[in-house]
Structure formats: C-alpha cells, structure tokens
Design a protein around this ligand. Structure first.
Ligand code: 2P0
Length: 317
C-alpha cells in the first residue's frame, strides 16, 4: 500500500502577518519574517486504504473541524473520495490552536505529504501557493531557518547570522484561543482605524529587521521584533470590538522581562502571537539567567528551542 510521511516545524514570526489583501489567493498586506523552530513539529502520515473515503485523525483522535479543513485542502490534489481510500494521521507534538503555530506546521506537513503522495503535481512555487491556502503562516514552515513571506506571496530564506539564538516559550495557557487568527485578522482589517498605519509600520519593520540581519546586530533585531509584536496586539485592541489575545499574566511577564532587560540582567526580547503565551528571544549566554529569573518570579518553566534548519521534509515512519 502506498504511504508517505512528512514532518514540518512550527515557525514563530518576529515580523508578524495579520491581514489578507487578497483573501482568495492568500496574499498578505505586509511581509512577515519568521524562525522555524525545532521544539514542536507536525508529523503527518498518508496511507492508501482499500475502502473508498477519507479517514483523518489528529493525535489519534477524530477531529471534525480539522477533518473539514483537510477535506477542503485535498481539493488541490487528484483525490476522489468516491473511488479512493486515504487515511491521514497527523500528530502535533505541541498544543493545538493555542497560538503556538500548530496550524502552520500542520498545513506545511500536509501540503508536502500530499504533493509527494500524488507524485508532485506542484513545483515548489506551486506547493507554496497552495500551502498558504491551508493556513497563511504555514507557507513559512516549508523552509527552515529565517524565512520571509512577501506581499507577492513568495517565500525566501534569509541568512541568519546568530548561531547562538534561542527561543524560549512560556506556556501560560494551552487551550484553543477564543478568536481564531483567520477571523481575528479579518475583523482587525475591517474595523481597526489604525490598521493601515500598522501595515505601513510593518513594512518599515521588515526592512529594518533585514538591515539588522546584515549588520549582525542582535540588539536591533530584538528591539524591532518586540516592538512589532506589541504593535500587533495594539492594532487588535484597536478593532471594534477589540480583540485581546494577551491576558494579565502575559502583560505582567512582558513588563517583568522589559524591566530586567533595562536593569542589564539579560538581553531578552518578547514576542507574542494570537494567544497569551510569551516567547522569549535571546542568546545562549542569557539562558541561565533567564531561567533563574523566571523561576524566582514564579513563572512556568520555559521551553527552549533552537532554530530548525530543515523545513517540511519527507521522513521515515
Ligand atoms: C504570524 N499569526 O505571522 C501571525 C502572528 C498569528 C499572529 O499567522 O487565516 O493561521 O490561516 O492565514 O496563518 C496566524 O494566522 O491565518 C498567524 P490564516 P494563520 O505568525
């Protein structure tokens, strides 16, 4: 029986994507830049089956909502449910739908697995353009390292000069978020008066971020990333009614990190996505001081991640 196994890493954006200028083709209003991370990944297995129909499981459980999205995604491939049997098993090693990029790794893995299973109907560019239709940010998990997704819908690997950079993730909540990203960004585009200023600023942030990469200037890179994340949450709060992904704990942790940084205790920068969890960008030399500080202040244990050098790739079962 035919079978295909693929793994894809999560990615965390340092310059955030939030809003589609073209919903049909999933083209973003602004460029985003991310790091693929080795901490969590999705492992997806496609298997031929004798009886026609689709069976989908997520972490070995049936999941109607995800199955619907997978079925929609399969329309990009020559899958005929009335004639062909297909079992898709998907495993997320991290929490699902909690702002930890599980849909990014999931659709990157699914897209590559389907493309290989059906003998590559798409070139890499074609694959990228359908992957983002599963989930916009998933396009960035096709590549490893530092990845830019531009407003024309293309992805580029950027040279990442910091071998010692670590991303720490402090999980403050692992339940699925109340407002999904798709609906949250649409609501923000439609109702936040400051949305277009935010887009303008994001373009400038992306330019400044790439300059900081060329200059190998971690301080600049971290400062831009933190400001860009805070601006995302400010524009969400500007929507009518507002969207608040951060909770009191997230805000307290961000404030504590900023104060400790100002005092010179460590050089750590915060970034947050569509959920309350806080990610902490720093270098090896600060990991011990950061973990001690988190511990002393009663924060949950930080999960540390290196940058994943490989994007979505075929694997053995
Ligand atoms: C990002 N996020 O750049 C931003 C920052 C969350 C906050 O991309 O509608 O699941 O499927 O394109 O990719 C999450 O949004 O949304 C996201 P769709 P997606 O990582």
């Amino acid at each position: 029986m035919k079978q295909m196994c693929v793994k894809a890493p999560i990615n965390i954006a340092l310059i955030k994507y939030w809003g589609k200028k073209d919903e049909l083709n999933v083209l973003p209003y602004n460029p985003s830049i991310s790091l693929s991370l080795s901490l969590y990944e999705t492992h997806t297995v496609l298997e031929q089956c004798a009886s026609p129909g689709l069976t989908f499981t997520l972490n070995d459980l049936a999941d109607a909502k995800s199955e619907k999205k997978v079925r929609e995604f399969l329309t990009f491939f020559p899958f005929d449910e009335t004639k062909e049997g297909l079992i898709i098993r998907s495993y997320n090693s991290g929490p699902t739908a909690a702002g930890l990029a599980s849909s990014a790794s999931a659709f990157a893995a699914l897209a590559l697995a389907c493309n290989l299973y059906y003998d590559e109907p798409y070139s890499f560019e074609g694959l990228a353009s359908i992957t983002k239709k599963g989930s916009g940010s998933a396009i960035r998990s096709l590549l490893g390292g530092c990845v830019e997704w531009d407003t024309d819908g293309r992805i580029h690997a950027l040279d990442w000069p910091f071998e010692d950079v670590v991303m720490g993730i402090v999980v403050l909540a692992s339940q699925p978020k109340k407002t999904g990203s798709t609906e949250g960004m649409k609501h923000t585009v439609q109702t936040a008066p400051s949305y277009h200023d935010w887009v303008k600023q994001s373009h400038q942030d992306a330019k400044a971020f790439k300059r900081a990469l060329q200059d190998k200037d971690f301080t600049q890179l971290g400062s831009i990333s933190e400001a860009n994340a805070l601006a995302l949450h400010a524009v969400c709060a500007d929507a009518k009614p507002p969207i608040h992904y951060l909770n009191e704990q997230s805000n307290a942790l961000i404030k504590g990190i900023q104060e400790a940084r100002k005092e010179g205790l460590f050089e750590v920068y915060c970034t947050m996505d569509a959920g309350p969890n806080v990610k902490l960008l720093h270098r090896d030399k600060d990991t011990t001081r950061l973990t001690q500080w988190l511990n002393e202040h009663g924060w949950p244990e930080v999960r540390l991640s290196r940058i994943a050098t490989k994007g979505a790739h075929r694997c053995e079962r």
